[in-house]
Design a protein around this ligand. Structure first.
Ligand SMILES: [Zn+2]
Length: 247
């Protein structure tokens, strides 16, 4: 099944009067709905309003990056991609630009983020399949060294959780799930493993799973449940605010 040839269409009536981010999310949801269930679940084409040459370059690189991810030599990574393709919801991508509506809440242009297409707060979690919009900086889809950080894969886990209805209302749980498989990627490409989430809490599930020989068991959480293993390395520690520096 290929999704390379799909073209997103503007919803009837347009969305010029809406706030930019809401318009973006509604557009994505409309696209997802109109696609139906028999068409690819990861859309790699830009919607009509994303037409600048720089944006076309983003989608060209995105196709290569997703193809690379689909062929990646790691069962857990490949399974995230396969599960996303098979999930009931639809995933679309947007480049992070100078447009404020593409930025994360902290306005950091390097901060990839994934938003539910229904526009409702993430803190509500999702128990039903929901479309996802992944926002990435250009470096997140290029083949350079920085892409080795696994940002695309990290965001794809968030999207998968949305499109399968396994999106926890707890941010810490969501990030632990994403960092777990992101670290599996990093281990393969020789990139430094993440040990915490921007200094706020520890993200040692991958390291612990390898140390205890339970990687497959941990990975299964991603595809069958909405939480993370109850571990000494993570749950045994209080919320981390001071001990770590942001990076
Ligand atoms: Zn995340």
């Amino acid at each position: 099944m290929s999704c390379y040839g799909l073209v997103c269409t503007k919803p009837p009536g347009g969305f010029a009067m809406m706030r930019p981010r809401l318009a973006c999310l509604v557009a994505a949801l409309t696209v997802a709905t109109s696609m139906g269930s028999a068409i690819a679940k990861i859309i790699l084409e830009p919607p009509p309003e994303v037409s600048a040459p720089m944006h076309r370059a983003f989608y060209d690189q995105l196709r290569k990056a997703v193809d690379n991810l689909a062929r990646f030599d790691d069962p857990a990574v490949h399974r995230v991609y396969a599960a996303a393709m098979a999930s009931p919801g639809t995933i679309v991508f947007r480049p992070i630009t100078a447009d404020p509506s593409t930025l994360a809440t902290d306005n950091d242009p390097d901060r990839g983020h994934t938003e539910p297409a229904d526009g409702r707060p993430k803190r509500e979690g999702r128990t039903r399949p929901t479309g996802a919009v992944i926002f990435l900086p250009m470096w997140g889809v290029e083949q350079g060294k920085r892409a080795g950080s696994g940002l695309l894969l990290h965001e794809l886990v968030h999207a998968l959780d949305m499109t399968t209805g396994r999106y926890s209302p707890d941010n810490r749980t969501r990030e632990r799930r994403a960092v777990f498989v992101q670290n599996a990627w990093r281990a393969r490409v020789g990139y430094k493993l993440r040990t915490n989430y921007h200094g706020y809490f520890r993200t040692l599930d991958y390291q612990e799973s390898k140390r205890t020989g339970r990687f497959d068991e941990y990975a299964e959480y991603l595809f069958t449940r909405d939480d993370s293993p109850d571990t000494t390395a993570n749950n045994g520690t209080p919320h981390m605010a001071a001990p770590f520096k942001k990076r």
